[in-house]
Design a binder for this molecule. Structure first.
Ligand SMILES: Cc1cc2nc3c(=O)[nH]c(=O)nc-3n(C[C@H](O)[C@H](O)[C@H](O)COP(=O)(O)OP(=O)(O)OC[C@H]3O[C@@H](n4cnc5c(N)ncnc54)[C@H](O)[C@@H]3O)c2cc1C
Length: 260
């Protein structure tokens, strides 16, 4: 009953619109490789195929096409962290985790190396303005979180709660919004455990009308969603929660947490 009363304090949820983009495969090449942090390999791609590239939402993703272990092509999802049509550049941030075709490719990438990408196929965009945001995630969601924070205008307020291995993996974002950053440190081997993120969320106030976005390892995303629903009475319609990867499984994601 108490939860129901608290939920009723929330305004009607924002409406999502889907923007479709023409699907095409783009053949690009590496323009720069930088270790942004010890666990983030930033790859800047370039090529004439980017002149009509578009990405309408901070949590869009492209498919990168890579050679798998047996030579057969594999696909992985990455967030367009930043792009410029004028300069024909696209930035992708690869988490430097233990092993997989994508991270192996990123570690070996050198200027001039080719990379094909597809998409984004579509963007889910919130219609109208949301005045308060809470963004929660791990290293894989950091590109989407960073981009969202950078794109938000004043006087929007945004709180971020992000799990990374250590202080040297934290990032700074330039934004016109009012930004309150919380960092949680845990080893990458514990990236499927939610306790540290949930404990940090306990220190954060969540006023009715705050849109909550979560992207993390799927077990963590599920635990955070349950905590927000049950302990903080955030209505499901005010949340977008995705599992960006699953510990122990390759190329696995959960788009809708209600199914996981
Ligand atoms: C919409 C969306 C956007 C995404 N954006 C980004 C992004 O911008 N940057 C980014 O780095 N990732 C992003 N991801 C996650 C990325 O797609 C996965 O981490 C992917 O599995 C990495 O591919 P891989 O070939 O390196 O490893 P895989 O071959 O897929 O997996 C090999 C092994 O590594 C494990 N593993 C995979 N990812 C991680 C990780 N991050 N930490 C520890 N172990 C891991 C797997 O569980 C598996 O055991 C995104 C995912 C989605 C769904």
């Amino acid at each position: 009953m108490q939860n129901l009363i608290q939920e009723q304090a929330w305004p009607p949820a924002p409406v999502y619109e889907t923007v479709r983009h023409p699907m095409r495969r783009r053949s690009l090449s590496v323009a720069a490789v930088d270790y942004l942090t010890p666990h983030t390999i930033r790859i800047t791609l370039t090529g004439p195929d980017l002149t009509d590239f578009t990405s309408a939402s901070a949590d869009d993703h492209v498919k990168v096409f890579l050679p798998g272990a047996d030579g057969v092509e594999v696909r992985r999802d990455y967030t367009p962290r930043r792009y410029s049509q004028e300069e024909a550049t696209l930035v992708l941030d690869f988490v430097n985790h233990q092993a997989g075709p994508a991270v192996t490719w990123a570690r070996a990438a050198r200027v001039g190396a080719p990379l094909d990408i597809g998409g984004p196929k579509g963007s889910r965009v919130i219609a109208g303005t949301v005045a308060q945001w809470l963004l929660v995630g791990d290293e894989t969601a950091l590109p989407a979180i960073a981009r969202r924070v950078e794109e938000l205008p004043a006087p929007v307020t945004v709180t971020t709660v992000v799990a990374v291995p250590g202080p040297e993996d934290e990032q700074n974002f330039a934004t016109a919004a009012s930004h309150d950053a919380h960092w949680v440190h845990r080893p990458m081997a514990q990236a499927d455990q939610a306790q540290a993120l949930v404990a940090a969320l306990g220190e954060v106030s969540i006023a009715p009308g705050t849109f909550v976005w979560v992207g993390a390892e799927a077990h963590v995303a599920r635990a955070v969603r349950q905590y927000l629903l049950k302990e903080r009475c955030v209505p499901a319609r005010w949340m977008k929660v995705a599992g960006y990867w699953i510990m122990g499984q390759e190329n696995a994601a959960v788009r809708d947490m209600a199914d996981f």
